[in-house]
Each structure stands twice: as C-alpha cells, then as structure tokens.
Design a protein around this ligand. Structure first.
Ligand SMILES: Nc1nc2c(c(=O)[nH]1)N[C@H]1C(S)=C(S)[C@@H](COP(=O)(O)OP(=O)(O)OC[C@H]3O[C@@H](n4cnc5c(=O)[nH]c(N)nc54)[C@H](O)[C@@H]3O)O[C@H]1N2
Ligand SMILES: Nc1nc2c(c(=O)[nH]1)N[C@H]1C(S)=C(S)[C@@H](COP(=O)(O)OP(=O)(O)OC[C@H]3O[C@@H](n4cnc5c(=O)[nH]c(N)nc54)[C@H](O)[C@@H]3O)O[C@H]1N2
Ligand code: SF4
Ligand SMILES: [Mo]
Length: 672
C-alpha cells in the first residue's frame, strides 16, 4: 500500500480559506484534516469540511455527463458520453446564436470554488468569444466594496489577525463565531488581554451570546446609529484632529450633517436606549485600539452601500487607522488580487451586461431575450431572490440550460445538459483569501472521479467544440496559475501549501493617508457620489420595503434570512447535512406569536406578494417584536426562502436587498 499526504486549501466561499492535509492510500483519499502549520487556521477546519470526504465519495455525485429525458425539474436524465453532450451544446448554442445573437446566451457563475483558476477565469474567454451577455453584479461583497470605495478609493483593509491587538472589538453585522470561526481565537486573544467585544446585530446570534455587550438595533437602522456615534465623537471632541486635517476632506460638511443626529433622534429610529448609544459612542471614542469587523450581513439591503460608506467614516474621525488593532476590516481579498495578473483571460469588445441578481427577470422577461443559460459554481434557484420567477424561467421549454455540478442541485434539476464537476481534492488551484493574508496552494490529491472535470477543462472542451483556438486554452492548470501569479514564489507556495502575500507583514494601510481617491485623502464628503446622483454625505434613508414604507400595513413583519447553520456552507451540503441541522423553521418573537395565536411548533404560513412558505414556528428571544427570521439555504420549493426575498438592487454596488423583506405570518388555519 502506498500512503501519501498532500497539502491543500479549502475552496469554499468563506473568509477562512483554511489549509488542509489529505491522506491518500492507493489513490483513495482516506483522511482530510486541517494543516497544523497554517498560520491562520492552525490545524482546524469546521463541521462542514471535517466531513468533506463524505461529499467527495457520496453516491449522489454526478460523475458523467447527463442529458435530460423527462420534463424540466423532474431530474430525469440519461447518462451521455462527453462527445455527445458537447455536440448537443454546440448544436443548440449554434442555433441560439444564429437566431437570436450571442447575447441570448447568459453565463451565471458564483463562488462555489474561490480558486483562482476554477472560479472565474477561462469562462471569460469562452463567453467573450461567443459574444454572450456579460454577468455583472454580485450576490456577496460587491455592495460592501462599493460602499467603502467613495470614501477610501481603495479596497485595502486592516489585517483581520490584528484584531488580537485591539482593546475594543466591534463585530458589526457579522456572525463571526459561525461564519468566520477561525477569527474567533484571535478575538479571544484580545479579550484575554482586556478587550471588550461588542456585537451589533438585529438578531441575538451565537456570536452575540459570546459578546460582552450586545446591541440590538432594528434591522436596517445602523446608519442612524453611526450618525449619532459621529455626533457624539464631534460633540465630545473624541477626534484625531491631526489625522482629520492631514488625511481627510469634508469634515465641516460632515459636522453639519450629523449635528441633528443626536442620540435621542437615533434612539427613536433604531429602537435603542439613548444611554446605550451614548455609552457606545464614548467607548468608541476613548478605548484604543478599536477594531471594527464587518462582513456582508448589512449589504443585503436597499441602502446596503450606505452602511459601509458611513461605517468607513468612524475610524477616520478617531484616527484609529494609526493603531495596530485599530481601523476596520471587511475583506482583504484585494491584497492577493494585487499580485495576480488576469491579462491572459481579458477579452475586449462590448457585451450586454446582465446583473446576476436579476436572474428571475432575465429568464422571464421576453424583452431580455435569453435563450441559453450556463450555470457553474452556484445554485441560483436557492441563492437568488425572486426564486419563483427563476423557477418559471428554468421551466421554459425554449431555454437551453447547461449546468456544471458535483450534485443534482435544485438548479441542476432543470438542466438540459449536466456536466460533472470535480471537487477540490481532484483539482489543482491557488486560493486567495478575503479573510487573511496568506495565499493557499491546493495540490490535486486524487484523480478526478468518473468522468468529472475541472472547470478549466470544461471551458477547454467547450472552446474546442465551438472551434475557438485561443492559445490560453492550451495551457495546463499549473501553467495558467504560474502565468497569473508572476511575482509570487510559486515553488515555495507549493511546498508549504501557504505563503504570506509579499509586502503584507505589519500593514497599517491608512496610518499615513495612502487613500486611493483623486487627491489621496479620505472623502468624508464625496464629489464622486454627488456626481452619480447620490448623497455626497453619509445619510440615513429608511427602506421602501420596511416598517415605514407603503407595504408595511399589509406586511408588518421584517423577514431576515441570514446564515444560521453550522453544517452548511451556503447552499452546499444543505441536502446531505439536512438531518444534522434543525430546520427549516420560522422564528418569531413571543409578542408576534401571541398576537397571531401561534404556538411553538405550529405550522405557520409566511407570505407576501412574491410567494408563500409554510414552516413550523420556533418562538425565541433572539429577535425583537416585528422581526421574524427563516434560516436560508435549504433546498426544495417548500423551504426556499428566496421565494419571498426582495429583488430590489442595492442603492449602489450591484447587490440585492434580501433582508429588506416584509411578510405577514399566520397559523395555517387562518384564512386570508
Ligand atoms: N457556517 C457557515 N459559514 C459561512 C457561510 C455559511 O453559509 N455557513 N457563508 C459564507 C459566506 S458566502 C459569507 S458571505 C459569510 C457571511 O458572513 P456574515 O456577514 O457574518 O453573515 P450573514 O449571515 O450574511 O450576516 C451577518 C449578520 O448580519 C446581520 N444583519 C442583517 N441585517 C442587519 C442590519 O441591518 N444591521 C446589522 N447590524 N446587522 C444585520 C444578520 O442578522 C446576521 O447575523 O459567511 C461565510 N461563512
Ligand atoms: N436569503 C439569502 N440568500 C442568500 C444569502 C443569505 O444570507 N440569505 N447569502 C448570499 C451569499 S452571501 C452568497 S455568497 C450566495 C451563495 O450562493 P451560491 O453561490 O449559489 O451557493 P454555494 O453553495 O456557494 O454554491 C456552490 C455550488 O457550487 C458547486 N461547486 C463547488 N465547487 C465547484 C467546482 O469546482 N465546479 C463547479 N462547476 N461547481 C462547483 C457546489 O457543488 C454548489 O452546488 O447566496 C446568497 N443568497
Ligand atoms: S468552509 Fe471555511 S471554515 Fe470550513 S474549512 Fe473551509 S475555509 Fe475553513
Ligand atoms: Mo457570501
């Protein structure tokens, strides 16, 4: 028997990008464990990925190309050869292009793998050459980035690991203990050195339970809270005047803007006590270093970009960027993107742009003229709002749908052709991280199972079938990666499995200015935003689909649908780990349950104009009256919460307003 160990990196859409080690015996992976040498993940994985090999060798894996034989959605397929499936795609795409033009082809890929080569790479060339529609927008992260951009002009953030040096840790709209679990030990390190941990979230999450101080504003009101914090910082002179003068513009206009945002006014909007806001602002103004950690929980709103625009102003007022353990961190993905070179896969030419969040409209509005859909690295029927419309679109007989998948997801059930995809241990890749500053190499540990192929190989085969001869399709994966990482010591990265991005030791990105704006200063007042027709200053705007909006009379409950599962990673594992998670259910505050005659475990109908779900009630003290929650990511029409969620685009940044959703709820016996 030959036993080897192979270094790899988790590919999931998760900030932690953990290092792992796979033990292989006679070509079969028998063990997958955390790499103890990895400086960030330090030998630990998570309850999802500890069972990764079950997924790799699961009997439900798609291991051969499939061609649909039954009605769409029924999952009736027959096994086909690669040649046959490629031929069918070639013929049908040819027909679509001849009849409707290239833009009738819509690509939809997400971050099922975050690997450099397997996420978004050769697909750019393939769809560019076809003249297909271009996917824009983002389910995740785009709005947050775009929110910071006007102020900072750069996507650089503080090193998350520096949280260990903080004395005040503010976990604002992020469920760290669940979603970013490997950061938690660094937070505990800070706490052991006397730091206070504050969580700001409309749900009493598992992270809130671990905090020293939990602040629970009404959903979507944080900007008002931030304006009041700035009001107090200015009123009580908790400012770094030197920093403000040297490195920022617009302080006077901001001062004028926040003058009316007294803690009294914010308390009313946020549903908080005045005293709590005063205490919170004073803590931020006086405890140093103060580290703000946020991820994407607050971007999924109509005014999602404003949250990050306003939050970004706080560390500028206090000069917190000067301190190790200060500043703010949302994503550090830009640091690895800065060392990557994507020129091999850049394709010129004008293409029609379609926002990936608008899939429901793209597939059902005849004016969009979409006749072929490609899906890879994602499960949009479960992950995108307007799921009812997406399903109707996927049912269209005149839509040709191709899905590349490891499993028959809800989306894949509607495919005309399914191509089998490899899992991470069957592929070679480099995974950059948005949660720490190490590159991760992933060596292929086992040969691809069945006839599964890497995404790179799928695009190569499709490109050849469509007669494309771009030289980039001739490179093997390692060559692609080496060419895309010109300044990186790839040999060392391959040997260690991880490598600190050069130049990121001890970073303090804005300690001495260094902003990417035109004048090099942080823009508290933003001419760029004014030019785009937005408020040039941070400002609070209540949601249209919110408690103060026109729909609230019919739909008085705000529905939140964040991640609330230890054993799912987005929609991945939801089918196979379902029995290990509790749910799905609808969570209600006791006051809302009582007002509706709902008892624990009762079947409850939750509805709005977009759709309806019936789920068992869970009555809890995690919410405030007027707010309900359904955990997201369960498969199946009867559990898919994105049937209800709000497809309105975020104010800027190309995201979508999942969490500004209004519903009503009632026992199933209630007739409406
Ligand atoms: N176990 C597990 N881990 C994951 C994932 C997973 O599915 N499962 N998914 C991964 C992915 S793709 C991502 S993007 C990250 C996301 O990581 P996070 O951003 O931490 O997670 P979310 O659940 O999207 O949102 C975080 C919190 O934002 C809160 N929130 C919603 N609206 C508001 C608001 O208006 N104000 C405030 N203050 N808070 C608000 C929600 O209640 C929620 O608790 O997690 C990653 N990690
Ligand atoms: N209501 C609500 N909706 C949400 C969210 C929420 O909090 N609430 N969160 C949003 C967020 S933050 C995100 S990031 C999205 C995530 O939504 P999706 O991107 O749709 O979800 P994932 O589970 O990450 O999708 C991964 C899919 O990619 C496949 N995959 C993995 N590796 C490969 C590969 O190498 N090749 C191919 N071809 N396929 C592969 C997996 O099998 C899996 O089915 O959902 C969003 N939707
Ligand atoms: S899903 Fe996240 S926490 Fe789990 S192993 Fe992968 S990177 Fe680490
Ligand atoms: Mo995400």
């Amino acid at each position: 028997m030959t036993t080897t160990t192979v270094l790899g990196t988790c590919h999931h859409d998760c900030p932690d990008t953990c290092g792992w080690v796979v033990t292989v015996e006679d070509g079969k992976a028998v063990k997958l464990r955390g790499n103890p040498d990895h400086p960030y993940s330090r030998g630990e994985l998570c309850p999802k990925v500890n069972r990764f090999l079950e997924r790799v060798y699961h009997p439900d894996r798609v291991l051969h190309p499939l061609i649909r034989t039954g009605p769409k959605g029924t999952g009736e397929f027959r096994r086909a050869t690669w040649d046959e499936a490629l031929d069918l795609v070639k013929t049908r795409l040819g027909q679509v292009i001849d009849t409707h033009g290239g833009q009738a082809i819509l690509p939809w890929g997400d971050a099922g793998t975050q690997g450099l080569a397997q996420m978004a790479f050769l697909d750019n060339v393939f769809f560019g050459r076809l003249g297909a529609s271009k996917q824009v927008g983002s389910l995740c992260g785009g709005t947050a980035s775009a929110g910071f951009a006007p102020t900072y002009g750069s996507r650089r953030n503080a090193d998350p690991m520096d949280v260990r040096h903080a004395k005040l840790v503010m976990l604002w709209a992020t469920n760290t203990f669940l979603t970013n679990r490997h950061l938690w030990p660094f937070i505990e390190e800070a706490r052991a050195n006397g730091a206070q941990v504050v969580v700001i979230d409309p749900i009493r999450t598992m992270t809130a339970d671990k905090a020293d101080w939990f602040i629970q504003p009404l959903p979507g009101t944080d900007v008002a809270l931030m304006l009041a914090v700035m009001h107090v910082l200015i009123r009580d002179d908790h400012l770094d005047h030197d920093y403000l003068t040297r490195y920022t513009t617009g302080f006077d206009q901001l001062t004028e803007r926040v003058a009316s945002w007294t803690p009294e006014r914010a308390a009313e909007v946020c549903g908080l006590e005045i005293e709590e806001i005063e205490r919170f602002a004073a803590a931020y103004g006086t405890i140093k270093p103060a580290f703000i950690r946020t991820l994407i929980g607050a971007e999924h709103r109509e005014q999602g970009a404003s949250f990050y625009r306003t939050l970004g102003c706080l560390p500028l007022l206090t000069g917190s960027w000067k301190h190790r353990g200060g500043g703010l961190s949302r994503s550090v993905g830009i640091y690895w993107e800065e060392v990557a070179d994507f020129s091999d896969v850049e394709v010129g030419g004008q293409r029609r742009e379609v926002n990936m969040n608008d899939l429901g409209v793209a597939l059902t509005d005849p004016a969009m003229g979409v006749h072929a859909l490609f899906v890879w690295n994602g499960n949009p029927l479960v992950s995108v709002p307007n799921a009812g419309a997406i399903r109707r679109g996927l049912e269209r007989e005149d839509l040709f749908t191709v899905v590349s998948e490891q499993f028959l997801t809800d989306t894949a059930l509607y495919a005309d052709v399914v191509f089998p995809a490899t899992t991470q241990i069957e592929q070679t890749d480099m995974v950059g991280s948005w949660g720490h500053l190490y590159l991760g190499w992933n060596h292929r540990a086992i040969e691809p199972l069945g006839e599964a192929v890497l995404n790179t190989e799928l695009w190569r085969r499709l490109a050849r079938a469509m007669g494309m001869d771009d030289p980039v399709f001739d490179h093997d994966d390692e060559t692609l990666l080496r060419r895309a990482l010109p300044g990186v010591d790839v040999d060392l990265l391959m040997k260690q499995g991880y490598l600190r991005i050069e130049g990121t030791e001890d970073i303090l990105p804005y300690a001495d200015g260094g902003f990417g704006t035109a004048d090099g200063k942080a823009a508290l007042y933003s001419d760029d935003l004014a030019g785009l027709g937005h408020d040039p200053l941070p400002g609070y705007v209540p949601s249209v689909e919110g408690p103060a909006g026109p729909l609230a009379e019919r739909y008085p409950l705000v529905l939140l649908t964040p991640k609330n599962h230890i054993r799912f990673l987005n929609t991945t594992y939801s089918k196979h780990h379902a029995e290990r998670e509790q749910g799905p259910y609808v969570e209600l505050d006791p006051a809302d349950a009582e007002a509706r005659g709902v008892a624990e475990g009762d079947p409850v109908r939750v509805w709005n104009d977009r759709g309806e779900l019936t789920l068992p009630a869970r009555i809890s003290n995690r919410l405030r009256p007027g707010v309900v929650a359904i955990p997201w990511a369960w498969w199946g029409e009867e559990a898919n919460v994105n049937i209800l969620t709000n497809p309105t685009p975020t104010n800027w940044g190309g995201g979508v307003s999942y969490f500004d959703t209004l519903v009503e709820a009632a026992p199933t016996s209630y007739l409406r």
